[in-house]
Design a protein around this ligand. Structure first.
Ligand code: ATR
Length: 280
């Protein structure tokens, strides 16, 4: 955390970067706290990442978020990696220490769980098995979050079975790899369904799954937030199941990053949510 006796700086590195909603989120909080500073979109390509990261301290940056395609590439370039980021295999937030050391953390798992808890305050890790669709970077963050909360059984279904099996081997005995064809059978008795695939995103085909096998008490969450209501969430709503959209994860992962850089732990207010929704 930096002292507010100078202009506060942070940003998000990625390429492309101008679509990122992170500047709107963090600049909203800077203004809310009356802090003088700015959070900037920083167009950084993989080949420029190391130099860009090492420029943060001399420029007076408190830190940056990292997004596609830099999250995994940053691991070997930083001085210290938090265990959660190590388990996920990606860094979504870099904190610049006073002495210039760069610490990599990952708040996507936190964001996923916090969003779930905000949208469904009664959610409990011991409610039953979770089904996770997909086995990419987003799935890794969701697994870290669910295991961290103590979920005992997680069924991961992925188009490429080997990727799901790799996650099961890495994340331990609570994770079971399933073939993509088994995704509907996997819903039996599940308390939570999470889509981490890119299906359902604007411009992508909808996720092809019938939710009939889910218990009526199950939660359905999508990490996709554009559109806010995916076909999956619409189906959940029609079936009377509680749905959680992907915007909450984006908003909540930003909170501890802001705290690490600037001090106060900000909140996701309805006003902030409306502002970001309007920009989607
Ligand atoms: P991210 O890091 O955002 O999670 P990713 O690593 O590209 O992105 O993962 C995307 C996920 O969506 C993967 O699980 C992918 O399945 P594969 O591992 O088989 O590639 C899944 N996915 C993408 N398009 C899909 C499709 N048409 N049908 C099923 N799964 C799909």
């Amino acid at each position: 955390m930096q002292h507010a006796d100078h202009y506060l700086l942070a940003g998000v590195m990625g390429f492309p970067i101008m679509h990122s909603r992170s500047p709107a989120i963090h600049n909203h909080w800077l203004a809310e706290y009356g802090l003088l500073g700015h959070y900037a979109p920083l167009a950084v390509k993989p080949e420029g990442l190391e130099k860009a990261l090492r420029a943060l301290h001399p420029l007076g940056y408190a830190g940056v978020n990292l997004t596609i395609p830099l999250k995994e590439l940053a691991l070997p370039l930083l001085d210290e990696i938090d265990p959660v980021a190590r388990a996920i295999g990606a860094v979504n937030c870099v904190v610049v220490e006073k002495n210039g050391r760069l610490r990599g953390v990952n708040y996507d798992a936190f964001g996923f769980v916090a969003s779930l808890q905000e949208a469904a305050p009664g959610w409990r890790a011991d409610a039953g098995p979770a089904v996770v669709l997909g086995a990419g970077g987003a799935a890794r963050a969701v697994l870290a979050g669910l295991i961290g909360e103590g979920v005992k059984e997680i069924r991961v279904a992925n188009r490429t079975l080997e990727r799901a099996q790799k996650l099961a081997a890495e994340f331990g005995p609570s994770v079971h790899a399933l073939d993509w064809d088994q995704r509907e059978d996997a819903l039996s008795g599940a308390a939570l369904l999470v889509n981490t695939t890119s299906m359902g995103m604007l411009g992508q085909p909808p996720l092809d799954i019938a939710l009939g096998g889910l218990p009526a008490s199950a939660l359905v969450t999508d990490i996709v937030y554009a559109p806010l209501e995916t076909d999956l969430l619409a189906q959940a709503r029609h079936r009377g199941l509680k749905g959680v959209d992907g915007l909450g994860m984006l908003l909540h992962q930003a909170r501890p990053a802001f705290r690490d850089w600037f001090g106060p732990m900000p909140q996701v207010t309805p006003e902030l949510r409306r502002k970001i929704e309007a920009s989607l």
